[in-house]
Design a binder for this molecule. Structure first.
Ligand code: B12
Length: 212
């Protein structure tokens, strides 16, 4: 469908107004928003590859990210999967780990969890380990979700688990990890409870963990 290609193009070109416009058009046309988000996400990852290959530099990467954020700001308030619960499914503390400012994926996961009926405490990006733990204890959360997009910041996810163990509270929370560099091996290595590669599977996993 042409609009999906146009969505990709707007991100690759870093065209903020066009990305916003297309997101509004997708809403008006009642398109499947998850498919629209997939198209935008595919494009921003492609931009990441262009950056990696030296085709794009930081200013281009930043413009594309702004275009992506503009589109997400239009779409995320409308995200649902159709089966919204009225009772809270559980409390989730979510954020991007310290040293890492990538927040597009984390915000998507937070919005989907909230849309599905979780009570979500989004701490934002660049969040210290101690802040995650303090908030989780304060609100008596069941889940801690930590995003990391850089290989250099993933170590913060490990530190968080170590800190929970040290404080003797590891059993009180399920810990989910996410972000492009996170693998199942990493989850097993540091003793987390799971990972998911996109917001839809993140919600599914979060729900599964709440019943076990
Ligand atoms: C956009 C972007 C930026 C933007 C971020 C804007 C913002 N506010 O978020 C800007 C321009 C600021 C940026 C900066 C940098 N970036 Co950058 N960036 C990206 C890019 C292109 C896309 C990330 C993104 O938004 N993806 C779209 C979303 C929807 O996907 P996602 O984040 O993966 O999230 C999904 C899943 O992972 C999952 N998920 C995410 N979080 C969680 C959490 C849980 C608990 C669960 C279950 C699931 C889950 O669900 C999400 C939704 O589907 C990636 C490329 C890539 N392949 O990821 C590079 C990338 C991550 N960046 C990279 C780099 C190097 C940098 C910089 C260091 C560049 C520089 N020289 O300054 C800085 C770092 C600054 C810092 N300290 O954090 C590298 C990292 C390399 C590495 N291995 O460490 C990448 C991989 C690009 C590359 N190929 O070189 N970046």
């Amino acid at each position: 469908m042409a609009i999906f290609d146009e969505c990709k193009e707007a991100i690759i070109q870093g065209d903020i107004d066009r990305a916003r416009e297309l997101a509004n058009q997708a809403l008006a046309d009642k398109l499947d928003l998850n498919m629209v988000i997939d198209a935008f996400s595919e494009a921003i990852r492609h931009v990441g590859d262009l950056f990696d290959e030296g085709e794009y530099f930081l200013p281009e990467l930043m413009r594309s990210a702004e275009a992506m954020k503009a589109a997400m700001a239009v779409l995320t308030p409308h995200l649902t999967t159709g089966e919204i619960e009225t009772r809270s499914l559980g409390k989730v503390v979510i954020g991007t780990i310290e040293g890492d400012i990538h927040d597009i994926g984390k915000t998507l996961v937070a919005s989907m969890l909230a849309a599905e009926g979780f009570e979500v405490y989004d701490l934002g990006a660049d969040v210290p380990v101690a802040t995650f733990i303090e908030k989780a204890l304060e609100v008596d959360a069941q889940l801690i979700c930590i995003s990391a997009l850089l290989t250099t910041t993933m170590v913060g996810q490990k530190k968080l688990i170590e800190q929970l163990v040290k404080q003797n509270i590891r059993d009180r929370f399920k810990v989910l990890l996410g972000g492009a560099p996170v693998s199942k091996n990493w989850v097993a290595e540091i003793g987390a409870d799971g990972t998911a590669e996109n917001a839809i599977s993140a919600v599914k996993l979060a729900k599964e963990l709440m019943v076990h």
